[in-house]
Design a protein around this ligand. Structure first.
Ligand SMILES: CC(C)(COP(=O)(O)OP(=O)(O)OC[C@H]1O[C@@H](n2cnc3c(N)ncnc32)[C@H](O)[C@@H]1OP(=O)(O)O)[C@@H](O)C(=O)NCCC(=O)NCCS
Length: 177
């Protein structure tokens, strides 16, 4: 079963709440990938939490969790306001695909759905952290067009994808910069 136009054949990405039967299906995948601490992490500055499950032929094969937070609040920085609105971001804090299902586009599909949901939630960007040496994740993020900010604090980088809403963009009319 391979990738087909528009995605992986038979793959569904669903947003899962704790009360959903699919929630229980995700746990073995989360445990296998040793991501329970990230999956369960909670903090006062989390505005909301969202879990996406990758379902292939009724099996859970991957997951992505992101939280919505005010931009800068996790760093103790003040709000950033654009056109009278405080900016929020989607921070991906857990993400994985079962080893036997990798390299067929499931991670990419999860990332794209996270971007779509983040935009719908009026986030101005998607951000995540990744350790140096995670070649597959780096390849995936860079090929999706994420910007990269090497971190001074730990052996990692932050990946950032801007999500400009149509109404935030102003057309310059083609005049010189
Ligand atoms: C990162 C991860 C989620 C990607 O999932 P996936 O379903 O394999 O992702 P995709 O198939 O959509 O994309 C993987 C890409 O990486 C590429 N890749 C795989 N291994 C690679 C490697 N060692 N070096 C460079 N690129 C690599 C694949 O070719 C593919 O690129 P392509 O689409 O251009 O061909 C998966 O590798 C994983 O679960 N890793 C362990 C957990 C993890 O690291 N999570 C992220 C940090 S928390």
């Amino acid at each position: 079963m391979g990738r087909v136009a528009g995605g992986v054949q038979g793959l569904r990405i669903v947003e899962v709440k704790e009360e959903s039967p699919i929630w229980e299906q995700i746990w073995p995948v989360v445990e296998q990938l040793a991501q329970r601490p990230y999956f369960e992490a909670d903090a006062g500055h989390f505005h909301s939490s969202h879990v996406l499950a990758a379902i292939l032929e009724d099996r859970s094969v991957g997951f992505l969790r992101f939280v919505v937070q005010r931009l800068g609040e996790d760093e103790g920085r003040p709000p950033i306001v654009f056109r009278d609105r405080t900016l929020y971001e989607a921070k991906i804090i857990a993400f994985g695909v079962l080893p036997e299902e990798r390299n067929r586009g499931i991670g990419r599909t999860l990332q794209k759905e996270a971007m779509r949901r983040a935009r719908a939630l009026e986030c101005c960007q998607v951000r995540s952290r990744s350790d140096y040496g995670n070649s597959a994740n780096y390849h995936l993020k860079i090929s999706l067009g994420f910007g990269i900010q090497p971190s001074l604090e730990n052996d990692s980088v932050y990946f950032v994808m801007a999500l400009p809403a149509e109404d935030r963009l102003e057309f310059s009319g083609g005049e010189g910069a």
